[in-house]
Design a protein around this ligand. Structure first.
Ligand code: ADP
Ligand code: DP6
Ligand code: CO
Length: 327
């Protein structure tokens, strides 16, 4: 039997930005995302009495203790649940650039939650898997599900998990403009923590979220691509505004991010329903009709190269695969 588990990345349309509890990873607000087919992680876990410490190999390279930290949190919870004391060897392959604002921690830690619980013989519900993944990285709580998922913030470990919202089996897609796949200078974890602690704009962000979230849910229900885009774009811009007020201030935007945003506005002037969102990194994600992905991509080839433009459709939830790289 295979012990390889695949999880796809998700991109938030209503962002998670800030923790109410940094140890338990309880967020300040609910967030809502779309899981995508184009980017994913595959992971296998082996518990082995012969190991003296946990080991993480990412893309065949052994990772240091800093990288192991999130992984160890998830492994410890699984060991506790299953009554296992042995250390684990974790093998993982990212089909997504790592730490570049393309949500590798979401697919990476969700795949780990699935693979570790499988190796331990635990049969967990989606809700339990979501909680487990959350403890590794907040956004990973949502990658348990395909389509749209909402991470309900909760007030404790037991009450903070994601739920499916809509299977996204309609005309929606995302186009990624990859302006850089370098590792970011400020991790998501550090960036949100600094913002919560020091940015005077943070309260304004929080105050506007209920309206954005309820409007987004309605737009998804009505399969209204324009409204989904409008709300996602304004939500992302508000999130990014909070970082400029932090101390020390920072931004994830680069000149190429601005160029991508301008290209989106130009496409709107041509009559396309297309909007953007951005995460903790300089890359820009376009929200548009799935049926117009290729047409929009062709326009963008005037400003960006083939390899910078990646089309994505709604993707599946966590699942076991026969071997890494298989269909
Ligand atoms: P991203 O935008 O890629 O999610 P983050 O700063 O949130 O960036 O998280 C990146 C970190 O997530 C990496 O430095 C690493 O610690 C962890 N990570 C990414 N992929 C994996 C994986 N496949 N397995 C274990 N940990 C991973
Ligand atoms: C901007 O889930 O990567 O992408 O919980 O500290 O691991 P940790 O952070 P992470 O934060 C993601 C932030 C975001 C918005 C989002 O995905 O909702
Ligand atoms: Co992340």
């Amino acid at each position: 039997m295979s012990n390889w588990v695949r999880a796809h990345t998700n991109i938030a349309l209503i962002k998670y930005w800030g923790k109410a509890d940094e140890d338990l990873i309880l967020p300040m607000n609910n967030s809502l995302s779309l899981t995508l087919d184009a980017f994913y992680t595959e992971t296998s876990v082996t518990f082995d009495d012969a190991l003296r410490s946990d080991e993480l190999y990412l893309d065949d390279r052994m990772q240091d203790l800093a990288a192991l930290k999130k992984v160890k949190t998830v492994l410890d919870l699984v060991r506790e649940k299953a009554g296992i004391t042995s250390k684990a060897k974790v093998m993982s392959y990212n089909h997504v650039p790592t730490a570049a604002g393309l949500a590798s921690s979401a697919s990476g830690l969700a795949a780990l939650a699935g693979a570790a619980s499988l190796a331990a013989g635990l049969e967990l519900s989606s809700e339990e898997l979501s909680k487990l993944a959350r403890r590794g990285s907040g956004s990973a709580s949502r990658s348990i599900y395909g389509g749209f998922a909402e991470w309900q913030k909760g007030t404790s470990h037991e009450t903070s998990f994601a739920v499916p919202v809509d299977d996204a089996d309609w005309d929606i897609g995302m186009l990624f403009i990859v302006v850089s796949d370098n590792k970011k200078d400020v991790s998501s974890r550090e960036g949100m923590s600094r913002t919560v602690q020091t940015s005077p704009f943070y309260q304004g962000w929080l105050d506007s979220l209920d309206d954005d979230l309820s409007a987004m849910k309605l737009a998804i229900k009505e399969q209204d691509i324009h409204e989904v885009g409008v709300i996602a774009e304004r939500n992302a811009l508000k999130m990014h505004a909070t970082t400029l007020g932090a101390d020390p201030p920072f931004t994830y935007w680069s000149p190429d991010s601005m160029k991508a945003m301008e290209a989106v506005r130009a496409l709107r002037d041509k009559g396309y329903s297309v909007h953007f969102t951005m995460d903790a990194g300089p890359n820009v994600k376009l929200i548009c009709r799935q049926t117009q992905l290729e047409e929009i991509r062709t326009h963008l080839l005037n400003d960006f190269s083939e390899s910078q433009l990646i089309s994505a459709r709604p993707g599946p939830g966590l699942h076991v695969v026969s071997r890494p790289g298989s269909q």
